[in-house]
Design a protein around this ligand. Structure first.
Ligand code: ATP
Ligand code: MG
Ligand code: MG
Ligand code: MG
Length: 475
Protein backbone atom coordinates (compact mmCIF):
# COMPACT_ATOMS: atom_id res chain seq x y z
CA UNK A 1 0.00 0.00 0.00
CA UNK A 2 1.28 3.44 -0.84
CA UNK A 3 1.22 5.68 2.22
CA UNK A 4 -0.01 9.27 2.19
CA UNK A 5 3.47 10.42 3.13
CA UNK A 6 4.81 8.62 0.08
CA UNK A 7 2.20 10.24 -2.19
CA UNK A 8 3.10 13.67 -0.85
CA UNK A 9 6.75 13.03 -1.54
CA UNK A 10 6.12 11.64 -5.03
CA UNK A 11 3.94 14.62 -5.93
CA UNK A 12 6.57 17.17 -4.92
CA UNK A 13 9.34 15.24 -6.65
CA UNK A 14 7.30 14.84 -9.81
CA UNK A 15 6.83 18.59 -10.10
CA UNK A 16 10.39 19.26 -9.08
CA UNK A 17 11.48 17.11 -12.01
CA UNK A 18 9.31 19.35 -14.20
CA UNK A 19 11.18 22.48 -13.14
CA UNK A 20 9.13 23.46 -10.08
CA UNK A 21 10.66 24.80 -6.88
CA UNK A 22 9.53 22.87 -3.79
CA UNK A 23 8.25 25.56 -1.43
CA UNK A 24 7.31 24.89 2.20
CA UNK A 25 3.75 25.20 3.34
CA UNK A 26 2.92 28.61 4.72
CA UNK A 27 1.15 29.12 8.05
CA UNK A 28 -2.57 28.54 8.52
CA UNK A 29 -2.69 32.21 9.47
CA UNK A 30 -2.38 34.18 6.23
CA UNK A 31 0.44 36.71 6.40
CA UNK A 32 -0.62 40.35 6.04
CA UNK A 33 -3.99 39.41 4.65
CA UNK A 34 -6.92 40.55 6.75
CA UNK A 35 -9.31 39.49 3.97
CA UNK A 36 -8.89 35.87 4.94
CA UNK A 37 -9.51 34.04 8.22
CA UNK A 38 -7.37 31.02 7.40
CA UNK A 39 -5.21 29.72 4.59
CA UNK A 40 -7.78 27.75 2.61
CA UNK A 41 -5.78 26.81 -0.49
CA UNK A 42 -2.26 26.43 -1.82
CA UNK A 43 -2.33 29.68 -3.75
CA UNK A 44 -2.77 31.89 -0.70
CA UNK A 45 0.97 32.29 -0.02
CA UNK A 46 1.48 33.22 -3.70
CA UNK A 47 -1.33 35.73 -3.97
CA UNK A 48 0.98 38.73 -4.42
CA UNK A 49 2.97 36.96 -7.13
CA UNK A 50 -0.21 36.28 -9.11
CA UNK A 51 -1.14 39.93 -8.70
CA UNK A 52 2.27 41.02 -10.00
CA UNK A 53 3.11 42.74 -6.70
CA UNK A 54 5.96 40.42 -5.80
CA UNK A 55 8.66 38.55 -7.69
CA UNK A 56 10.58 35.48 -6.60
CA UNK A 57 13.51 33.60 -8.03
CA UNK A 58 11.25 31.01 -9.65
CA UNK A 59 8.25 30.96 -11.98
CA UNK A 60 7.11 27.42 -11.11
CA UNK A 61 6.46 26.16 -7.61
CA UNK A 62 5.01 23.10 -5.92
CA UNK A 63 3.74 22.75 -2.36
CA UNK A 64 1.90 20.62 0.10
CA UNK A 65 -0.09 23.32 1.86
CA UNK A 66 -1.78 23.17 5.25
CA UNK A 67 -5.36 24.31 4.72
CA UNK A 68 -8.26 25.02 7.00
CA UNK A 69 -11.82 25.37 5.76
CA UNK A 70 -13.84 26.55 8.70
CA UNK A 71 -15.54 29.91 8.35
CA UNK A 72 -15.22 32.26 5.41
CA UNK A 73 -16.00 31.49 1.79
CA UNK A 74 -14.93 27.86 1.93
CA UNK A 75 -16.51 26.41 5.06
CA UNK A 76 -16.68 22.65 5.41
CA UNK A 77 -17.38 22.25 9.11
CA UNK A 78 -20.89 21.00 8.49
CA UNK A 79 -19.65 18.56 5.84
CA UNK A 80 -17.19 16.86 8.18
CA UNK A 81 -18.58 13.47 9.04
CA UNK A 82 -21.48 13.93 6.61
CA UNK A 83 -19.35 13.23 3.54
CA UNK A 84 -16.36 10.93 3.28
CA UNK A 85 -14.24 13.60 1.63
CA UNK A 86 -14.33 16.79 3.72
CA UNK A 87 -12.15 17.82 6.62
CA UNK A 88 -11.65 21.03 8.51
CA UNK A 89 -7.87 20.68 8.21
CA UNK A 90 -6.40 19.06 5.11
CA UNK A 91 -3.30 19.16 2.96
CA UNK A 92 -3.53 20.54 -0.52
CA UNK A 93 -0.94 19.38 -3.03
CA UNK A 94 -0.39 21.99 -5.70
CA UNK A 95 1.65 23.12 -8.65
CA UNK A 96 1.85 26.75 -9.68
CA UNK A 97 2.91 28.69 -12.70
CA UNK A 98 3.51 32.42 -12.32
CA UNK A 99 3.02 33.64 -15.84
CA UNK A 100 4.95 30.68 -17.19
CA UNK A 101 2.98 27.69 -18.52
CA UNK A 102 -0.80 27.81 -18.84
CA UNK A 103 -3.68 25.42 -19.55
CA UNK A 104 -1.94 22.94 -21.80
CA UNK A 105 0.93 22.04 -19.52
CA UNK A 106 -1.26 22.10 -16.43
CA UNK A 107 -3.49 19.46 -18.01
CA UNK A 108 -0.56 17.42 -19.31
CA UNK A 109 1.21 17.41 -15.93
CA UNK A 110 -1.90 16.39 -14.02
CA UNK A 111 -2.68 13.58 -16.42
CA UNK A 112 0.86 12.30 -16.40
CA UNK A 113 1.12 12.29 -12.63
CA UNK A 114 -2.21 10.54 -12.08
CA UNK A 115 -1.98 7.94 -14.79
CA UNK A 116 1.75 7.28 -15.09
CA UNK A 117 3.07 7.94 -11.63
CA UNK A 118 0.09 6.90 -9.50
CA UNK A 119 -1.31 4.60 -12.20
CA UNK A 120 -4.95 5.47 -11.65
CA UNK A 121 -7.33 3.65 -14.01
CA UNK A 122 -7.87 6.00 -16.98
CA UNK A 123 -11.34 4.69 -17.72
CA UNK A 124 -12.66 5.93 -14.39
CA UNK A 125 -11.42 9.50 -14.77
CA UNK A 126 -13.65 12.43 -15.77
CA UNK A 127 -12.92 16.08 -16.46
CA UNK A 128 -15.01 19.19 -16.04
CA UNK A 129 -14.56 22.55 -17.72
CA UNK A 130 -16.06 25.98 -17.09
CA UNK A 131 -19.13 26.60 -19.27
CA UNK A 132 -17.86 27.42 -22.75
CA UNK A 133 -14.17 26.92 -22.11
CA UNK A 134 -13.69 25.02 -25.37
CA UNK A 135 -9.99 25.58 -25.19
CA UNK A 136 -9.73 23.48 -22.04
CA UNK A 137 -12.10 20.90 -23.46
CA UNK A 138 -10.01 20.55 -26.61
CA UNK A 139 -6.85 20.19 -24.55
CA UNK A 140 -8.36 17.36 -22.50
CA UNK A 141 -9.36 15.66 -25.73
CA UNK A 142 -5.99 16.20 -27.38
CA UNK A 143 -3.65 15.34 -24.53
CA UNK A 144 -5.45 12.74 -22.41
CA UNK A 145 -7.49 9.61 -22.96
CA UNK A 146 -10.68 11.13 -21.58
CA UNK A 147 -13.38 10.88 -24.28
CA UNK A 148 -15.83 13.71 -25.02
CA UNK A 149 -18.66 12.01 -23.13
CA UNK A 150 -16.66 12.09 -19.93
CA UNK A 151 -16.03 15.85 -20.11
CA UNK A 152 -18.70 17.92 -18.38
CA UNK A 153 -19.40 21.64 -18.62
CA UNK A 154 -20.07 23.21 -15.25
CA UNK A 155 -21.21 26.61 -13.99
CA UNK A 156 -19.74 29.26 -11.76
CA UNK A 157 -20.41 27.45 -8.47
CA UNK A 158 -18.19 24.48 -9.26
CA UNK A 159 -15.82 25.72 -11.92
CA UNK A 160 -14.98 29.31 -11.24
CA UNK A 161 -12.55 29.43 -8.37
CA UNK A 162 -11.82 32.33 -6.06
CA UNK A 163 -10.10 32.25 -2.73
CA UNK A 164 -12.50 34.71 -1.11
CA UNK A 165 -14.63 37.69 -2.04
CA UNK A 166 -11.59 39.44 -3.45
CA UNK A 167 -8.26 38.43 -4.98
CA UNK A 168 -6.97 36.24 -7.80
CA UNK A 169 -9.53 33.99 -9.45
CA UNK A 170 -10.36 32.27 -12.68
CA UNK A 171 -12.19 29.48 -14.46
CA UNK A 172 -11.10 26.00 -13.59
CA UNK A 173 -11.09 22.46 -14.86
CA UNK A 174 -11.31 19.51 -12.51
CA UNK A 175 -10.52 15.82 -12.48
CA UNK A 176 -12.97 13.45 -10.89
CA UNK A 177 -12.89 9.72 -10.40
CA UNK A 178 -15.85 7.38 -10.49
CA UNK A 179 -15.65 5.38 -7.29
CA UNK A 180 -18.16 2.86 -8.57
CA UNK A 181 -21.79 1.95 -8.80
CA UNK A 182 -21.97 0.92 -5.16
CA UNK A 183 -21.36 4.52 -4.09
CA UNK A 184 -24.37 5.89 -5.92
CA UNK A 185 -26.80 8.08 -3.99
CA UNK A 186 -29.81 7.17 -6.11
CA UNK A 187 -31.41 7.71 -9.51
CA UNK A 188 -30.35 11.34 -9.57
CA UNK A 189 -26.69 10.57 -8.98
CA UNK A 190 -24.27 12.20 -11.41
CA UNK A 191 -21.70 14.89 -12.02
CA UNK A 192 -23.34 18.26 -11.54
CA UNK A 193 -26.54 16.62 -10.31
CA UNK A 194 -25.75 15.49 -6.79
CA UNK A 195 -23.12 16.12 -4.14
CA UNK A 196 -22.40 12.55 -3.08
CA UNK A 197 -19.04 10.82 -3.01
CA UNK A 198 -19.45 8.57 -6.08
CA UNK A 199 -17.82 10.98 -8.53
CA UNK A 200 -15.06 12.17 -6.30
CA UNK A 201 -13.44 15.48 -7.14
CA UNK A 202 -9.72 14.95 -6.72
CA UNK A 203 -7.90 17.76 -8.45
CA UNK A 204 -8.75 21.31 -9.38
CA UNK A 205 -6.72 23.12 -12.06
CA UNK A 206 -7.40 26.83 -11.82
CA UNK A 207 -6.61 29.04 -14.78
CA UNK A 208 -5.78 32.21 -12.87
CA UNK A 209 -6.72 35.14 -15.02
CA UNK A 210 -8.45 37.83 -12.95
CA UNK A 211 -8.24 39.88 -9.80
CA UNK A 212 -11.64 40.35 -8.23
CA UNK A 213 -12.40 43.62 -6.45
CA UNK A 214 -14.75 43.99 -3.50
CA UNK A 215 -17.53 45.24 -5.80
CA UNK A 216 -17.28 42.08 -7.89
CA UNK A 217 -15.55 43.58 -10.92
CA UNK A 218 -12.76 41.52 -12.40
CA UNK A 219 -9.61 42.88 -14.00
CA UNK A 220 -7.05 40.81 -15.87
CA UNK A 221 -3.96 39.63 -13.98
CA UNK A 222 -0.63 40.82 -15.42
CA UNK A 223 -0.09 37.31 -16.81
CA UNK A 224 -2.31 34.24 -17.03
CA UNK A 225 -1.12 31.77 -14.41
CA UNK A 226 -1.79 28.32 -13.02
CA UNK A 227 -2.86 27.29 -9.55
CA UNK A 228 -3.82 23.72 -8.84
CA UNK A 229 -5.02 21.91 -5.75
CA UNK A 230 -5.44 18.25 -4.97
CA UNK A 231 -6.50 17.03 -1.53
CA UNK A 232 -3.86 14.64 -0.22
CA UNK A 233 -6.42 12.76 1.89
CA UNK A 234 -8.63 12.16 -1.16
CA UNK A 235 -5.91 10.98 -3.47
CA UNK A 236 -4.59 8.79 -0.65
CA UNK A 237 -8.03 7.19 -0.29
CA UNK A 238 -8.17 6.51 -4.03
CA UNK A 239 -4.64 5.05 -4.13
CA UNK A 240 -5.24 2.96 -1.03
CA UNK A 241 -8.46 1.53 -2.43
CA UNK A 242 -10.73 2.88 0.31
CA UNK A 243 -13.87 4.96 -0.10
CA UNK A 244 -13.46 7.34 2.76
CA UNK A 245 -10.60 9.66 3.62
CA UNK A 246 -11.07 8.50 7.18
CA UNK A 247 -10.00 5.01 6.15
CA UNK A 248 -6.58 6.16 4.92
CA UNK A 249 -3.43 5.65 6.97
CA UNK A 250 -3.38 9.35 7.84
CA UNK A 251 -6.64 9.07 9.75
CA UNK A 252 -6.62 5.47 10.83
CA UNK A 253 -3.49 6.05 12.91
CA UNK A 254 -5.38 8.66 14.93
CA UNK A 255 -8.70 6.81 14.97
CA UNK A 256 -7.18 3.52 16.14
CA UNK A 257 -5.21 5.33 18.80
CA UNK A 258 -8.40 7.00 20.05
CA UNK A 259 -10.14 3.63 20.04
CA UNK A 260 -7.36 2.31 22.27
CA UNK A 261 -7.75 5.18 24.75
CA UNK A 262 -11.53 4.87 24.86
CA UNK A 263 -11.80 1.10 24.68
CA UNK A 264 -14.11 1.19 21.64
CA UNK A 265 -13.70 -0.13 18.13
CA UNK A 266 -14.15 1.51 14.76
CA UNK A 267 -16.94 0.28 12.46
CA UNK A 268 -18.96 -1.26 15.25
CA UNK A 269 -21.54 1.47 15.61
CA UNK A 270 -22.43 4.53 13.50
CA UNK A 271 -22.59 6.95 16.37
CA UNK A 272 -19.20 5.90 17.70
CA UNK A 273 -17.73 6.12 14.20
CA UNK A 274 -18.99 9.67 13.72
CA UNK A 275 -17.49 10.64 17.06
CA UNK A 276 -14.18 9.04 16.15
CA UNK A 277 -14.08 10.80 12.80
CA UNK A 278 -14.89 14.19 14.28
CA UNK A 279 -12.30 13.72 17.02
CA UNK A 280 -9.62 12.73 14.49
CA UNK A 281 -10.50 15.60 12.17
CA UNK A 282 -10.59 18.23 14.90
CA UNK A 283 -7.43 16.87 16.57
CA UNK A 284 -5.51 17.53 13.38
CA UNK A 285 -6.90 21.05 13.17
CA UNK A 286 -6.15 21.92 16.77
CA UNK A 287 -2.60 20.57 16.61
CA UNK A 288 -1.81 22.60 13.50
CA UNK A 289 -3.68 25.75 14.54
CA UNK A 290 -1.94 26.03 17.89
CA UNK A 291 1.40 25.26 16.30
CA UNK A 292 0.78 28.18 13.95
CA UNK A 293 0.18 30.49 16.89
CA UNK A 294 -3.59 30.44 17.29
CA UNK A 295 -4.89 30.19 20.85
CA UNK A 296 -8.39 29.52 22.14
CA UNK A 297 -10.25 32.77 22.63
CA UNK A 298 -13.67 34.26 22.27
CA UNK A 299 -13.30 35.81 18.89
CA UNK A 300 -11.88 35.43 15.45
CA UNK A 301 -9.49 32.59 14.76
CA UNK A 302 -9.19 31.77 18.43
CA UNK A 303 -12.91 31.18 18.68
CA UNK A 304 -12.83 28.79 15.74
CA UNK A 305 -10.15 26.85 17.61
CA UNK A 306 -12.19 26.91 20.82
CA UNK A 307 -15.24 25.65 18.92
CA UNK A 308 -13.28 22.77 17.41
CA UNK A 309 -11.77 21.71 20.74
CA UNK A 310 -15.09 21.90 22.54
CA UNK A 311 -16.99 20.14 19.81
CA UNK A 312 -14.46 17.30 19.75
CA UNK A 313 -14.50 17.17 23.54
CA UNK A 314 -18.28 16.76 23.57
CA UNK A 315 -18.00 13.97 21.00
CA UNK A 316 -15.59 12.34 23.46
CA UNK A 317 -18.52 11.91 25.84
CA UNK A 318 -20.20 9.73 23.21
CA UNK A 319 -17.31 7.29 23.30
CA UNK A 320 -17.24 7.25 27.08
CA UNK A 321 -14.51 9.83 27.72
CA UNK A 322 -15.20 11.71 30.92
CA UNK A 323 -11.78 13.26 31.42
CA UNK A 324 -9.35 15.10 29.19
CA UNK A 325 -8.07 13.11 26.23
CA UNK A 326 -7.74 15.44 23.25
CA UNK A 327 -4.27 16.55 24.27
CA UNK A 328 -3.28 12.93 23.66
CA UNK A 329 -5.01 12.57 20.29
CA UNK A 330 -3.50 15.90 19.22
CA UNK A 331 -0.08 14.53 20.24
CA UNK A 332 -0.74 11.53 18.04
CA UNK A 333 -1.09 13.97 15.14
CA UNK A 334 2.41 15.22 15.92
CA UNK A 335 3.69 11.67 15.79
CA UNK A 336 1.98 10.89 12.47
CA UNK A 337 2.84 14.14 10.69
CA UNK A 338 5.84 15.53 12.53
CA UNK A 339 8.38 14.36 9.94
CA UNK A 340 6.70 16.29 7.18
CA UNK A 341 5.76 19.28 9.32
CA UNK A 342 8.69 19.68 11.77
CA UNK A 343 7.09 22.75 13.33
CA UNK A 344 4.67 20.33 15.02
CA UNK A 345 7.52 18.73 16.93
CA UNK A 346 9.06 22.02 17.99
CA UNK A 347 5.88 23.14 19.72
CA UNK A 348 4.38 19.84 20.79
CA UNK A 349 4.44 20.25 24.57
CA UNK A 350 3.07 23.73 24.42
CA UNK A 351 0.37 22.63 22.00
CA UNK A 352 -0.71 19.74 24.22
CA UNK A 353 -0.84 22.01 27.24
CA UNK A 354 -3.07 24.51 25.48
CA UNK A 355 -5.45 21.74 24.40
CA UNK A 356 -5.55 20.25 27.87
CA UNK A 357 -6.32 23.56 29.54
CA UNK A 358 -9.16 24.18 27.13
CA UNK A 359 -10.50 20.70 27.81
CA UNK A 360 -10.31 21.25 31.56
CA UNK A 361 -12.03 24.58 31.31
CA UNK A 362 -14.90 23.15 29.29
CA UNK A 363 -15.10 20.07 31.47
CA UNK A 364 -16.18 22.25 34.38
CA UNK A 365 -19.41 23.26 32.68
CA UNK A 366 -20.12 20.60 30.10
CA UNK A 367 -22.20 18.24 32.22
CA UNK A 368 -24.37 20.96 33.68
CA UNK A 369 -24.97 22.35 30.22
CA UNK A 370 -25.81 18.97 28.78
CA UNK A 371 -28.30 18.37 31.59
CA UNK A 372 -29.93 21.73 30.94
CA UNK A 373 -30.22 21.02 27.24
CA UNK A 374 -31.61 17.55 27.93
CA UNK A 375 -34.28 19.04 30.21
CA UNK A 376 -35.15 21.63 27.61
CA UNK A 377 -35.54 19.05 24.82
CA UNK A 378 -37.71 16.93 27.12
CA UNK A 379 -40.03 19.78 27.92
CA UNK A 380 -40.21 20.88 24.27
CA UNK A 381 -41.12 17.37 23.28
CA UNK A 382 -43.86 17.37 25.94
CA UNK A 383 -45.20 20.61 24.46
CA UNK A 384 -45.09 19.19 20.92
CA UNK A 385 -42.45 21.66 19.74
CA UNK A 386 -39.28 20.90 17.82
CA UNK A 387 -37.60 24.29 18.01
CA UNK A 388 -34.99 25.20 20.58
CA UNK A 389 -35.37 28.90 21.42
CA UNK A 390 -32.54 31.35 20.84
CA UNK A 391 -32.36 32.27 24.51
CA UNK A 392 -31.77 28.64 25.50
CA UNK A 393 -28.90 28.34 23.01
CA UNK A 394 -27.60 31.66 24.27
CA UNK A 395 -27.72 30.59 27.92
CA UNK A 396 -25.80 27.45 27.02
CA UNK A 397 -23.24 29.61 25.29
CA UNK A 398 -23.00 32.33 27.87
CA UNK A 399 -23.14 30.34 31.08
CA UNK A 400 -21.86 26.94 30.04
CA UNK A 401 -19.49 27.84 27.21
CA UNK A 402 -21.35 25.83 24.55
CA UNK A 403 -20.52 26.97 21.03
CA UNK A 404 -23.62 26.93 18.85
CA UNK A 405 -22.22 23.95 16.88
CA UNK A 406 -22.66 21.68 19.89
CA UNK A 407 -26.26 22.72 20.49
CA UNK A 408 -26.92 22.18 16.79
CA UNK A 409 -25.27 18.74 16.79
CA UNK A 410 -27.37 17.51 19.70
CA UNK A 411 -30.62 19.15 18.63
CA UNK A 412 -30.36 17.91 15.07
CA UNK A 413 -29.67 14.36 16.18
CA UNK A 414 -32.96 14.38 18.12
CA UNK A 415 -35.00 15.97 15.37
CA UNK A 416 -34.96 19.53 16.73
CA UNK A 417 -33.90 22.78 15.11
CA UNK A 418 -32.31 25.77 16.80
CA UNK A 419 -33.39 29.38 16.44
CA UNK A 420 -29.98 30.56 15.29
CA UNK A 421 -31.15 34.07 14.42
CA UNK A 422 -32.52 34.50 17.92
CA UNK A 423 -29.21 33.27 19.30
CA UNK A 424 -27.24 35.71 17.16
CA UNK A 425 -29.39 38.65 18.15
CA UNK A 426 -28.77 37.95 21.83
CA UNK A 427 -25.09 37.47 21.15
CA UNK A 428 -24.85 40.80 19.30
CA UNK A 429 -26.62 42.55 22.17
CA UNK A 430 -24.22 41.07 24.65
CA UNK A 431 -21.24 42.13 22.57
CA UNK A 432 -22.54 45.67 22.55
CA UNK A 433 -22.91 45.67 26.33
CA UNK A 434 -19.48 44.11 26.75
CA UNK A 435 -17.89 46.66 24.46
CA UNK A 436 -19.23 49.49 26.56
CA UNK A 437 -18.18 47.85 29.82
CA UNK A 438 -14.70 46.82 28.75
CA UNK A 439 -13.60 50.15 27.42
CA UNK A 440 -10.21 50.86 28.89
CA UNK A 441 -9.99 47.55 30.73
CA UNK A 442 -6.66 46.83 29.07
CA UNK A 443 -7.88 43.54 27.61
CA UNK A 444 -6.20 44.08 24.29
CA UNK A 445 -2.95 45.12 25.98
CA UNK A 446 -2.95 41.80 27.76
CA UNK A 447 -3.55 39.95 24.53
CA UNK A 448 -0.74 41.73 22.75
CA UNK A 449 1.61 41.24 25.70
CA UNK A 450 0.79 37.59 25.60
CA UNK A 451 1.54 37.34 21.91
CA UNK A 452 4.75 39.26 22.37
CA UNK A 453 5.78 36.72 25.01
CA UNK A 454 5.03 33.92 22.62
CA UNK A 455 7.10 35.48 19.93
CA UNK A 456 10.01 35.89 22.31
CA UNK A 457 10.12 32.13 22.41
CA UNK A 458 8.79 31.62 25.91
CA UNK A 459 6.43 29.01 24.64
CA UNK A 460 7.72 26.19 26.80
CA UNK A 461 7.20 28.24 29.94
CA UNK A 462 3.62 28.95 29.16
CA UNK A 463 1.50 28.70 32.29
CA UNK A 464 -1.99 29.33 30.99
CA UNK A 465 -4.08 32.31 30.10
CA UNK A 466 -5.73 32.50 33.44
CA UNK A 467 -2.54 33.88 34.85
CA UNK A 468 -2.44 36.56 32.22
CA UNK A 469 -6.03 37.49 31.75
CA UNK A 470 -7.17 36.79 35.31
CA UNK A 471 -10.47 35.62 33.90
CA UNK A 472 -11.29 32.13 32.78
CA UNK A 473 -14.96 32.81 32.19
CA UNK A 474 -15.96 31.58 28.81
CA UNK A 475 -18.33 33.64 26.77
P1 ATP B 1 -15.75 19.89 -2.95
O1 ATP B 1 -16.57 20.27 -4.14
O2 ATP B 1 -15.55 18.42 -2.80
O3 ATP B 1 -16.23 20.55 -1.69
P2 ATP B 1 -14.03 22.04 -3.63
O4 ATP B 1 -14.45 22.23 -5.04
O5 ATP B 1 -14.61 22.93 -2.61
O6 ATP B 1 -14.27 20.49 -3.18
P3 ATP B 1 -11.46 23.17 -4.25
O7 ATP B 1 -11.69 24.52 -3.69
O8 ATP B 1 -11.53 23.01 -5.72
O9 ATP B 1 -12.42 22.11 -3.52
O10 ATP B 1 -10.05 22.65 -3.67
C1 ATP B 1 -9.12 21.86 -4.40
C2 ATP B 1 -9.04 20.44 -3.87
O11 ATP B 1 -8.85 20.36 -2.46
C3 ATP B 1 -10.31 19.62 -4.10
O12 ATP B 1 -10.37 19.14 -5.41
C4 ATP B 1 -10.15 18.51 -3.08
O13 ATP B 1 -9.30 17.48 -3.54
C5 ATP B 1 -9.48 19.22 -1.91
N1 ATP B 1 -10.44 19.65 -0.88
C6 ATP B 1 -11.28 20.71 -0.92
N2 ATP B 1 -11.96 20.86 0.22
C7 ATP B 1 -11.55 19.86 1.03
C8 ATP B 1 -11.87 19.49 2.36
N3 ATP B 1 -12.74 20.18 3.10
N4 ATP B 1 -11.26 18.41 2.89
C9 ATP B 1 -10.36 17.70 2.18
N5 ATP B 1 -10.01 18.01 0.91
C10 ATP B 1 -10.58 19.08 0.35
MG1 MG C 1 -16.03 22.53 -1.20
MG1 MG D 1 -16.08 21.18 -6.00
MG1 MG E 1 -13.22 22.27 -6.73
Amino acid sequence: MITANEIRRRFLEFFQSQGHEIVRSSSLVPKDDPSLLFTNAGMVQFKKIFLGQEKRGYVRATTSQKCLRVGGKHNDLENVGRTARHHTFFEMLGNFSFGDYFKEDAIKFAWKFLTEDLKLPKERLYATVFRDDDEARDLWLAHTDIPAERIYRMGEKDNFWSMGDTGPCGPCSEILIDQGEHMTCGPNCGIGKCDCDRYLEIWNLVFMQYDQAADGTRTALPKPSIDTGMGLERIAAVCQGVYSNFDTDLFQAIIQYTCGIAGVSYRANDETDTALRVIADHSRSMAFMITDGILPSNEGRGYVLRRLIRRAYRFGRLIGQTGTFLHKTAMKVVEVMGDDYPELRGNADFMARVVREEEERFNRTLDKGLALLEEELESLRGAGSTRVAGDVAFKLYDTYGFPLDIVNDIAEKRGFTVDEDGFRTLMAEQKERAKAAWKGSGESDIASRFHALLEEGLRSEFIGYDHLSGDSRVV
